[in-house]
Write a protein that binds this ligand. Structure first.
Ligand code: FRU
Length: 296
């Protein structure tokens, strides 16, 4: 069992399942609707907690019904949220259309709550964590958090998820031990495959393991160790059943990767663990089917 800190966002996800993807200006009825907490850091915390790890979430919460729903879920899952700032305002909300045909999730996100700031992070006793994971957002504040962490930590690893291009994001890269890039990020930078992205970014983060998931094509990683082969390693995607819900598949990938690395796996093994967990995630709604002891 490890102790993970997940720093990022907490959202309210309103997920409507539809029997086909709507055309513009179409009106259709959802076959199911659910409200559940979301956000990459929060989702990863829930998955890790379900796998039996101790987790703390650091995210900005609002004091509205959405915020209360999030807190109740964190409590039910045993996720520590003692250092989450809570402001008056509205919980960031994602309006999600889940296509029952192929499990695709289209997300329209709205937020007006302030981003987390580094003074919230500095209030945390970070030395006690085994692993610190960050979402790559709000570059100036995240940079301050990372510098603070680097000044305090002995050898606890830091991972950063790089999901969307944002100005100055590459300033964060040198502070990470593990950088997890999305396919969307690679494509936005003009790369047509994961290994090309990882090779191109290697000089910006010489000491980090670089990882990029590419959906049904699997995932690639480049080891930090200069003595290791400069070729990216690959893990094929794992399909363990029909795809019903891809919402949070990336978060399951991240949770699988950092869990495996934190518990002593090699990068190769961790990449396989990540694609396996992401492959299981898409076969069910939410995350409870990923929990230890749950049916695969
Ligand atoms: C899924 C997710 C959702 C959330 C959105 C935020 O990865 O974290 O739960 O609404 O992405 O970008």
């Amino acid at each position: 069992m490890s102790l993970f800190l997940l720093t990022g966002i907490a959202t309210l996800d309103i997920v409507n399942t539809v029997d086909h993807y709507p055309a513009e200006d179409e009106e259709l009825r959802a076959s199911a609707s659910r409200h559940s907490p979301g956000g990459n850091a929060l989702n990863a915390a829930r998955i890790l907690a379900g796998l039996g790890h101790r987790t703390e979430l650091l995210a900005h919460l609002a004091d509205d019904p959405g915020g209360k729903h999030i807190l109740a879920t964190l409590d039910a899952d045993g996720i520590d949220h003692a250092h989450c700032p809570c402001a008056s305002g509205t919980t960031p909300t994602s309006y999600i259309t889940l296509n029952a045909i192929n499990g695709s999730r289209t997300i329209v996100h709205y937020r007006e709550l302030p981003e987390l700031s580094s003074h919230h992070f500095k209030a945390l006793p970070i030395e006690r964590f085994d692993w610190l994971h960050f979402e790559g957002r709000n570059v100036p504040e995240t940079n301050n958090m990372l510098r603070h962490a680097r000044g305090r930590l002995l050898d606890q690893p830091i991972s950063i998820e790089i999901e969307k291009p944002r100005p100055g994001l590459d300033q964060l890269f040198p502070q990470a031990d593990v950088l997890i890039f999305s396919r969307a990020y690679a494509l936005a930078l003009g790369h047509t495959c994961a290994s090309e992205l990882l090779t191109a970014l290697r000089p910006l983060a010489p000491r980090a393991a670089l990882v990029c998931a590419w959906g049904e094509d699997g995932a690639w990683a480049l080891a930090a160790d200069r003595r290791a082969p400069a070729e990216a390693i690959h893990a094929s995607a794992v399909r363990s059943g029909p795809v019903v819900d891809t919402l949070g598949a990336g978060d399951a990938f991240n949770a699988g990767l950092i869990e495996a690395l934190a518990t002593g796996s090699t990068l190769d093994e961790a990449l396989r663990r990540a694609v396996t967990l992401a492959g299981r995630k898409v076969t069910g709604q939410g995350f409870s089917h990923l929990a230890d002891g749950a049916r695969a």
